[in-house]
Design a protein around this ligand. Structure first.
Ligand code: PLP
Length: 381
């Protein structure tokens, strides 16, 4: 049992991120349970994939899996062989790195461009070897940076592109939705992303070979099991041609995802409104710096700022004491024991400044005002 004081403190706390679901998702899950009672991968997943395809409005394959990490892992496995190298910014969620090493490929940690927080191509170019097979750009906070330049770079060096678009569901780049173009694009639908399916992810591609590899790969490699499951059939006699995993999405998760997709435009509006409001009220405060972004196109998954003068940890503590939860996205991967590699000065510098402020569709203006006024008070001290 929590004490009354603790419960009051918990309810007062302004969360850095939050899942936003209600009765509608509950009803959808309940419909799956009381329907044909088939909870695994079946018709509901097929429908979620069709909904996503419609949303993206492009002739591409959409394959749903049980996490964003699984999406990245299968994407990497589909285009690499063991020992192949993938260029990736160090400043990303450890999922990006684990997805690469999980497929026995090698993540090559690169610097970030400190204005967009996406991969620094000049730095990446220096790290190309004859084993480099792909580049994995991260659309940090929903911003794909200069994606055209990444595709030019990939073409020049004959690399595959695996977009880690976990933050960027719904973001528009040059009038096109992320995922409606490009080589292989991976989304995450975990609890706090721009839309959630409880847990989940998706791979989007126009490459039919990759699509078939991933479709089989999510079902233990069982060839064309997806096609049979969508007809309500099972595979009793089958072939397996490559390593697979239990990575398929369940009907329960797909049911949640379908409801969330219908709510996306309101989530998007709230996220963009709140991000613009942060910019407006934080831009003139000495001691913090904001990233300049166009929130007409970007759907921000997180809102990070830079805290100057070595005071990041102090501000984080101050906000926590004021019941404002914050985050740090991310601890650089090249500093982890498992991925230890040389020094990346730009990444390490910016990491020490980064602070993520509360942002989710249910954050109220009053709560956001508390966040802003707390920062203002701290910076005056
Ligand atoms: C969330 C996230 C992932 C992984 O997604 P999961 O669904 O949590 O497995 C990968 N990369 C980045 C940048 C993420 O934020």
């Amino acid at each position: 049992m929590y004490s009354t004081k603790k419960i009051i403190a918990m309810t007062r706390k302004i969360r850095v991120s939050k899942s936003v679901l209600n009765n509608e998702e509950a009803k959808a899950v309940s419909r799956v349970i009381s329907g044909d009672g088939y909870l695994g991968m079946g018709k509901e997943v097929q429908k979620f994939e069709e909904d996503l395809k419609k949303f993206l409005g492009a002739k591409r394959k959409v394959i749903c899996v049980n996490t964003g990490t699984a999406a990245l892992h299968l994407a990497v496995a589909s285009v690499t062989k063991p020992g192949d190298e993938i260029l990736v910014q160090s400043l990303t969620y450890v999922a990006s790195f684990q997805a690469i090493s999980g497929a026995s490929a090698v993540p090559i940690a690169c610097e970030v461009d400190p204005t967009t927080m996406t991969i620094d191509l000049q730095d990446a170019e220096k790290r190309i070897t004859d084993k480099t097979k792909a580049i994995m750009p991260i659309h940090y906070a929903g911003d794909p940076g200069n994606l055209d330049e990444i595709y030019k770079f990939a073409k020049k060096h004959n690399l595959r592109v695996i977009e880690d678009a976990a933050h960027a569901f719904g973001t528009i780049y040059k009038r096109k939705l992320i995922g409606s173009f490009g080589d292989i694009v991976c989304f995450s639908f975990d609890g706090i992303k721009n839309i959630t399916s409880g847990e989940g992810g998706a791979i989007v591609t126009a490459d039919l070979k990759v699509a078939q590899y991933v479709k089989d790969g999510r079902l233990l490699g069982v060839h064309k099991d997806t096609e049979r499951r969508y007809k309500g059939l099972r595979s009793w006699k089958f072939d397996v041609t490559h390593q697979g995993y239990r990575y398929h999405m369940s009907n329960l998760c797909a049911a949640i995802g379908r409801v969330q997709l219908r709510k996306f435009s309101s989530f998007k509006k709230n996220r963009q409104y709140l991000a613009e409001r942060y910019v407006e009220f934080l831009k003139n405060i000495d001691g913090v710096e904001i990233f300049k972004k166009n929130y007409n196109n970007i759907v921000p998954h997180i809102f990070s700022i830079k805290v100057m003068n070595g005071r990041r940890d102090k501000l984080m503590q101050y906000l926590n004491d004021s019941h404002v939860e914050c985050g740090i996205h991310y601890y650089p991967n090249h500093l982890l024991s498992y991925y230890k590699s040389g020094i990346l000065p730009v990444t390490e510098d910016i990491y020490n400044q980064l602070l993520t402020l509360p942002l989710h569709p249910n954050l109220t203006r009053a709560q956001q005002d508390t966040v802003i006024s707390s920062i203002r008070k701290f910076c005056k001290k």
